[in-house]
Ligand binder design. Structure first.
Ligand SMILES: Nc1nc2c(ncn2[C@@H]2O[C@H](COP(=O)(O)OP(=O)(O)O)[C@@H](O)[C@H]2O)c(=O)[nH]1
Ligand SMILES: [Mg+2]
Length: 222
């Protein structure tokens, strides 16, 4: 078997598991989000603030993907929601079977939104469907405004790009309009949000988007 055959088999197995996750959550009317970004761009912080805003009226649960440590799952549990850590043991992305395994072990109570934080990088997580409704790419203003064209696969597949740490804009060189332009070329239907977990900028829009998508999913089911 060639390397390409092996890769195709792995992706086919992943697709099958992702389809099962998607089918389960279609039936349950739960929205599933897959967050992808470089390490440190603010995924866990965005989730903490999302729980702070939506946790009172929606039931949230989280799956955290990392190479090592329970730190991110601990951070999410500290916000009061159930969270499960997946340790990939070196792999640079989550796959749908790991998500199925984590869901089986965690046995979360019924939830309205499942928040999945992928392993931090802009490359490997791109090809692995986890059964999500929405891939979200985060890009912090400290990372440089050239990243969408340098990592086109993720920015063309993510339905939503979230610029994070906008509070740091006065201190860094980062042209939001340039990022908007690149994303619009790669992904004409994609949405771009400018946020700061620290100042709260854009957080209402982000949480409103999640609520709208959840309502749309439930309306489609009905
Ligand atoms: N200034 C600023 N720092 C932030 C913001 N969001 C996250 N951070 C910081 O960025 C670092 C990495 O955040 P984290 O959420 O752990 O990133 P992750 O690795 O993508 O999950 C932490 O020190 C956060 O406090 C923000 O909106 N503004
Ligand atoms: Mg994190």
């Amino acid at each position: 078997m060639t390397e390409i055959d092996v890769r195709q088999r792995i992706l086919a197995a992943n697709e099958a598991a992702a389809a099962e996750v998607r089918s389960r959550y279609r039936d349950e009317g739960t929205l599933v989000i897959n967050l992808i970004s470089s390490p440190g761009s603010g995924k866990t912080t965005l989730l903490e603030k999302t729980v702070a805003r939506l946790g009172g009226r929606l039931r949230l649960a989280a799956i955290e993907g990392d190479i090592a440590t329970e730190r991110d799952a601990d951070r999410l549990r500290a916000t009061g929601i159930p969270a499960r850590q997946i340790l990939t043991g070196g792999a640079c992305h989550l796959d749908a079977r790991q998500v199925q395994g984590a869901l089986a072990e965690a046995a979360f109570p019924a939830h309205d939104i499942l928040l999945i934080e992928n392993v931090g990088n802009l490359i490997c997580p791109t090809s692995y469907d986890l059964g999500e409704d929405l891939k979200v790419a985060l890009l912090s203003v400290a990372e440089g405004d050239d990243k969408p064209f340098k990592y086109p696969a993720i920015f063309s597949r993510a339905q939503v790009t979230v610029i994070t740490k906008a509070d740091l804009l006065p201190h860094v060189t980062f042209d939001v309009a340039a990022v908007r332009q690149q994303v619009s070329v790669l992904n004409p239907q994609g949405r771009l949000l400018v946020t700061s977990a620290r100042s709260g900028e854009g957080m209402g829009e982000w949480c409103g988007l999640l609520e709208d998508l959840l309502a749309a999913k439930r309306a489609a089911r009905a």
